[in-house]
Write a protein that binds this ligand. Structure first.
Ligand code: ADP
Length: 226
């Protein structure tokens, strides 16, 4: 399944009411790879997390396919994320004491029973594809690049239509970053996923179909970006 994004009049505020982000209009085609760039503090991560309903003070319309996630309650929003969104956090957020397999298949432990087996199978396939051979070693002994690949496998475990990544190459050396960029863009393309990544990494941005820019909480005009 693929989901187009239609976003209208999105405003995200801080808890004190300050406006952090204001986006009038944004459309992303299903299966499109989109980079988000801009200065530090501009609102890039705020937009990324708003797109999956993780920014509490959001108003407007964020429609993925037929679903306007801002019109859903918390429980329904969490369900939408479980079923449709994989998130790769900047600092990986892995559980140190769990194995690569345990971390990547975490969703299986919480998901519906009938989804557990496909999630585990998917995770093993993905970890193999990403070159993590020793899946049963706990991740506390893993390098940054290996951790990031476990985080990718976890994000993709439930076969989500949408992959969101926050500075996925920031903590990697160049070689590991380049491998990760190829892994992610190839996977997104092969499996027709919508892939949206906040990044300063020009090599990553260069591989995306389109790059949008956030400046001071607003979308800059896109002319010349694609
Ligand atoms: P970027 O990802 O572009 O570096 P962020 O989206 O993280 O920027 O942050 C945008 C602005 O919003 C920054 O000024 C940041 O300090 C502020 N901000 C982010 N989250 C919150 C929050 N929960 N409450 C208050 N301010 C926040």
């Amino acid at each position: 399944m693929t989901l187009p994004l239609t976003l209208r009049n999105l405003t995200v505020r801080a808890s004190n009411g300050r406006v952090l982000l204001n986006v009038d209009d944004l459309e992303i085609r299903p299966g499109e790879a989109v980079g988000i760039r801009g200065p530090s503090g501009a609102g890039k991560s705020t937009l990324l997390y708003a797109l999956c309903g993780l920014q509490p003070n959001s108003t407007g319309e964020i429609r993925w396919g037929e679903t306007d996630i801002l019109s859903l309650g918390e429980g329904q929003r969490a369900k939408f994320r479980r079923e449709n969104v994989g998130i790769i956090f900047q600092d990986f957020l892995l559980f140190e004491e769990l194995t690569a397999l345990g971390n990547a298949a975490l969703a299986a432990a919480f998901g519906e029973k009938k989804r557990r087996r496909p999630i585990r199978a998917n995770v093993e396939r993905m970890l193999g594809h990403l070159g993590i051979e020793d899946m049963t070693r706990s991740v506390d002994s893993f390098s940054g690049g290996e951790r990031q690949r476990v985080a990718i496998a976890r994000a993709l475990a439930g076969d989500p239509a949408i992959i969101l990544a926050d500075e996925p190459t920031a903590s990697l050396d160049r070689e590991a970053a380049d491998r990760l960029i190829s892994d992610l863009t190839d996977l997104a393309r092969e499996e027709n996923k919508t892939f949206i990544a906040v990044s300063h990494d020009l090599k990553l941005l260069d591989r995306m179909d389109r790059v949008i820019e956030i400046i001071d909480g607003r979308l800059a005009p896109e002319a010349g970006n694609d």
